[in-house]
Design a protein around this ligand. Structure first.
Ligand code: CMC
Length: 437
């Protein structure tokens, strides 16, 4: 039988048949609009809450095969990048499509290193936060404020202007993240040190006190660099989609990336690593793991096994595998995190329990990362911040791809209206209370 790249649809309401083009495994949902019961009909739409089966863009940045547990940046397997590359090299790759030459990485490193300082007013701005403000909300607000420092950032069609804002975002994110930590600890802000690596500088801004110089432990520095590589991009996840959608209004990248940070903050996304730690502490002891699993399965208190499950991965998250290896190296330096035994036992039981097996729930990137961060001395509130720093590269790479994509327009989904049909305004005396949120 001769095959064609089309889909034939019969509308049983009218008996009419339509032929829709299929490209890259997709039909265009807009092509459904020609399917109408009569001339007045608006036309058929796709209904897809949470975009379970809707591609919002074409992207050449990151590839995931969730069934096989494959993650690639620009075609390179994540395992190879984590083993052989550095975070800034991966950042260059994600932004520019190819691995850099020696000269290219030197130039890129120089640019990033020389944009790490923030305007002095940022410090006084941050001083306004309460002593117990969550570092992630400080980060989001301060990145939003950056837009007011760089009014030219709105010239998003100009390559030079666009690129400089992208470099600024990548360079300043660790500085603002470290300032938010220092603020919450009541410690003085530490300025960036150009002699250190991207990650080493971040650790210095977190840790340095009472000394002129700070030398990061090379094993911890490398482990954090690897964690940054693993978190750099993850195609059209919630925060990247938020960045793209907000950016589609042609707002400046600081405002668009702020949307990414706030989306990442949620416990179902980047806030999960913080939630994992709290869950492990709540369980408290290996002996209580079976009871906790029982509660999750029964839906008691709407408990979830945090750090498990993924919208796309239906097998082991490849990032979680690499993180597990890094955890061993870190614990050799810091001593074992006592919560590790609980995590290992949770994983052991969950991987053989029918409930989790049937639903294809495996550990995701957040399951072990928090244990490493905690062993490195970060408080749980800093975990999502540690996710946001490297993900900034993915956000800006995806944002620029969206800006340059001629098919993209302002994002504006449709809805299925389920409210009242038209009715007349009721005077106060004729109203009965019955409003519900
Ligand atoms: N613990 C227990 N049950 C779960 C879990 C979990 N962690 N995750 C999913 N399920 C169940 C869920 O209740 C549902 O069961 P049923 O079919 O009986 O209703 C089934 O598995 C399918 O789950 P879903 O909620 O439809 O899946 P989703 O694709 O909408 O959600 C998820 C994906 C990541 C939000 C979810 O798995 C979850 O909440 N996990 C815990 C939070 C977490 O670790 N998030 C980090 C994600 S990875 C890092 C990142 O990208 O940010």
């Amino acid at each position: 039988m001769a095959t064609k790249d089309t889909l034939t649809v019969t509308d049983n309401r009218t008996g009419k048949t339509y032929e829709l083009a299929v490209k890259d495994g997709c039909i265009r949902t807009a092509d459904l609009r020609q399917i109408k019961v009569d001339e007045k009909d608006f036309g058929l739409m796709g209904y897809d809450p949470a975009f379970l089966n809707t591609a919002n863009c074409r992207s050449a940045i990151t590839f995931i095969d969730g069934d096989k547990g494959i993650l690639e940046y620009r075609g390179y397997p994540i395992e190879q990048l984590a083993e052989k590359s550095s975070f800034l090299e991966v950042a260059y790759l994600l932004l520019n499509g190819e691995l850099p030459t020696k000269q290219e990485i030197d130039e890129f490193t120089y640019i990033i290193t020389h944009h790490t300082y923030v305007h002095e007013n940022i410090k006084s701005f941050m001083d306004g936060f309460r002593y117990d403000a969550h570092p992630m909300s400080m980060l989001a607000s301060t990145v939003a404020a950056l837009s007011s420092f760089y009014p030219d950032a709105k010239n998003i069609k100009d390559r030079t202007t666009r690129r400089i804002q992208m470099m600024r975002l990548i360079a300043k994110m660790p500085t603002i993240a470290a300032f938010s930590y220092r603020h919450s600890m009541g410690l003085p802000y530490v300025y960036p040190d150009n002699e250190l690596s991207y990650v080493g500088n971040y650790l210095a801004m977190i840790r340095k006190i009472g000394t002129a110089t700070y030398k990061p432990n090379p094993i911890l520095e490398r482990a954090l660099d690897v964690l940054f590589i693993l978190h750099a991009d993850h195609e059209q996840n919630c925060s990247t989609t938020a960045t793209r959608i907000v950016g589609s209004s042609q707002v400046d990248p600081y405002s668009a990336v702020t949307a990414g940070i706030t989306a990442l903050y949620g416990p179902l996304h980047g806030g999960a690593n913080e939630a994992v730690l709290r869950m492990l502490r709540e369980i408290g002891h290996v002996s209580r793991v079976p009871e906790f699993i029982k509660q999750v399965k029964s839906g008691e208190g709407e408990k979830k096994l945090m750090g498990f499950g993924h919208r796309v991965y239906k097998s082991y998250d490849p990032r979680a595998k690499v993180i597990k290896q890094q955890a061993d190296k870190v614990f050799e330096v810091t001593g074992k995190n006592p919560l590790l035994d609980i995590a290992t036992e949770l994983e052991r039981i969950a991987l053989q329990d029918d409930y989790f097996v049937k639903r294809k729930l495996y550990p995701n990137v957040d399951f072990y990362s928090g244990l490493i961060y905690e062993a490195m001395g970060f408080p749980a509130e800093m975990f999502p911040v540690l996710f946001a720093i490297p993900r900034t590269v993915g956000w800006v790479a995806q944002w620029e791809e969206m800006v340059l994509d001629e098919e993209q327009k302002i994002a504006r989904p449709r809805q299925v209206y389920t409210g009242h049909p038209r009715r007349d305004y009721a005077p106060m005396e004729k109203r009965t209370s019955g409003a519900r949120p």
